[in-house]
Design a protein around this ligand. Structure first.
Ligand SMILES: [Zn+2]
Ligand SMILES: [Zn+2]
Length: 447
């Protein structure tokens, strides 16, 4: 059986396009040629966020074609395919690839096991990731890192710390990625002092120098915990030039904690680095809205329009019985669009009956990168959830992959849907996983 098809797409990046042209000129490509092309797409997927989804689509398409030509895949092929499944949150494709590997006796070696751990964790199936990890032999640093990262983004901070102790105790070398995953686990679980402790130990005890990602994680952690002065102090002390992500964390936190002066200082730095980024403009506009500077908020939006800066459209993927459905913000292209919109309205009515307060203006602006007030009910994850409630088997968990940060309003709505409709919702947004069950989220509203 072939894996279910996904929407076709063209890789956007030019380097891969020339790679593809060379491949297309080969009359009868053999396995190494297929693997070289698949691995090129896999590297693109890992390196470039903007191309990740189209690269993953391309990998699955190529894989289907390769099987139809009776080319027998090996471990290298499967690692690329499994990675693509994780990117798309396509768990049914991933299970298929896993079963295929087992059936063909393609040794589930450490590299394949690592890819499976990453894929299952990336699809929201931490239970399956843990099973593969437990069964893997000769676990190396990468394999541990994959499991640590999975625990971190699912908010299992304590479990990540105990796994790290086992790794360290077993003498498996610790690298910069390991420490970053552990710090990230602390950040997502609100374990600020523990996070600071690992950061302090990394150079002397683990022998790895802090990189920009480590500083970014620390500043994000301090900012979200409201320790803005410590975060600002760290920016001044760090030995590397701060990047835009660092300023963004601090601006977001300044909005939440009403620190206007520090926020504006950070905005100036951010605009110096990335004046044309659409996400930055939305972030700044939201910052002003949160600090009750409505005129400034409007001004930023106007500037955005006049500069012709397009916003990154929100999109959500949902896997229904092995077929991926993609929804954009305010999307009306789905064949079941009419039923979906009726369902969205029905959900809204039911949630209000069950005590949901209608969106206050502050909630409208608390939406980070996605901010159009009039499309709030139609943010892509609302459409995906409505469709899943119509199309999936009753009681089955709903799994959604969202490209931006979930906004406060959609987060609140998903919590209520999980209680009112008795459905577990697992949502991966740009920063982490949210497991909504019985009206609460695993992130503890800290994201
Ligand atoms: Zn939203
Ligand atoms: Zn959450």
């Amino acid at each position: 059986m072939l894996p279910p098809a996904t929407a076709s797409s063209v890789p956007r990046c030019s380097a891969i396009a020339s790679c593809r042209r060379v491949f297309d000129r080969i009359a009868h490509p053999d396995l190494p040629a297929w693997n070289a092309l698949l691995s090129a797409y896999a590297r693109l997927r890992a390196r470039d966020v903007a191309c990740a989804t189209s690269a993953a689509d391309a990998i699955l398409e190529l894989f289907v074609r390769m099987l139809s030509l009776a080319i027998e895949p090996n471990e290298i092929t499967l690692v690329a395919v499994i990675g693509a499944c994780g990117e798309l949150g396509a768990v049914s494709h991933g299970v298929w690839a896993h079963t295929y590997a087992v059936k063909r006796r393609l040794a589930v070696n450490c590299i394949v096991a690592t890819a499976l751990v990453e894929m299952y964790a990336g699809c929201g199936r931490l239970d399956l990731a843990e099973q593969v990890f437990a069964a893997a032999s000769d676990r190396d640093t990468r394999c541990y890192n994959a499991m640590l990262h999975g625990l971190a983004v699912h908010g299992h901070g304590r479990a990540a710390l105990s796994l790290f102790d086992r790794m360290h105790g077993a003498g498996v070398p610790v690298d910069g990625v390991t420490v970053l995953s552990v710090m990230c686990a602390c950040a997502h679980a609100g374990l600020v002092d523990e996070g600071l402790d690992y950061f302090d130990r990394m150079e002397i005890e683990f022998g790895t120098e802090p990189r920009i990602e480590h500083y970014g994680c620390m500043i994000d952690m301090l900012s979200r915990a409201g320790r803005l002065n410590n975060a600002e102090k760290l920016i001044h002390e760090m030995l590397i030039v701060p990047n835009a992500a660092i300023y963004r964390s601090l601006i977001r936190a300044c909005g939440i904690h009403g620190k206007l002066e520090l926020g504006e200082k950070m905005i100036a730095e951010l605009m110096r680095l990335e004046p044309d980024d659409s996400g930055n403009h939305v972030l700044i506009s939201n910052f002003y809205a949160r600090t009750n500077r409505w005129e400034d908020a409007k001004k930023v939006r106007k500037e955005m329009k006049s500069m012709g800066i397009d916003k990154n459209p929100g999109s959500s993927l949902v896997d229904i019985n092995g077929v991926l459905h993609e929804f954009l913000v305010g999307d009306k292209t789905h064949p079941a669009s009419k039923e979906i919109y009726t369902m969205v309205e029905e959900i809204e009515t039911r949630l209000i009956e069950c005590g949901r307060r209608s969106s206050a203006s502050s909630a409208l602006f608390d939406v980070e990168e996605e901010d159009k007030a009039d499309t709030l009910s139609y943010h892509s994850e609302r459409l995906a959830i409505a469709f899943a409630l119509i199309a999936s088997n009753p009681g089955a968990p709903i799994r959604i992959i969202k490209n931006l940060r979930v906004c406060a309003d959609c987060h609140e709505s998903a919590k209520l849907v999980s209680r009112v409709y008795g459905r577990e919702i697992v949502m991966r947004d740009r920063t982490r996983f949210h497991h909504f069950r019985d009206g609460v989220c695993s992130c503890g509203d800290f994201w």
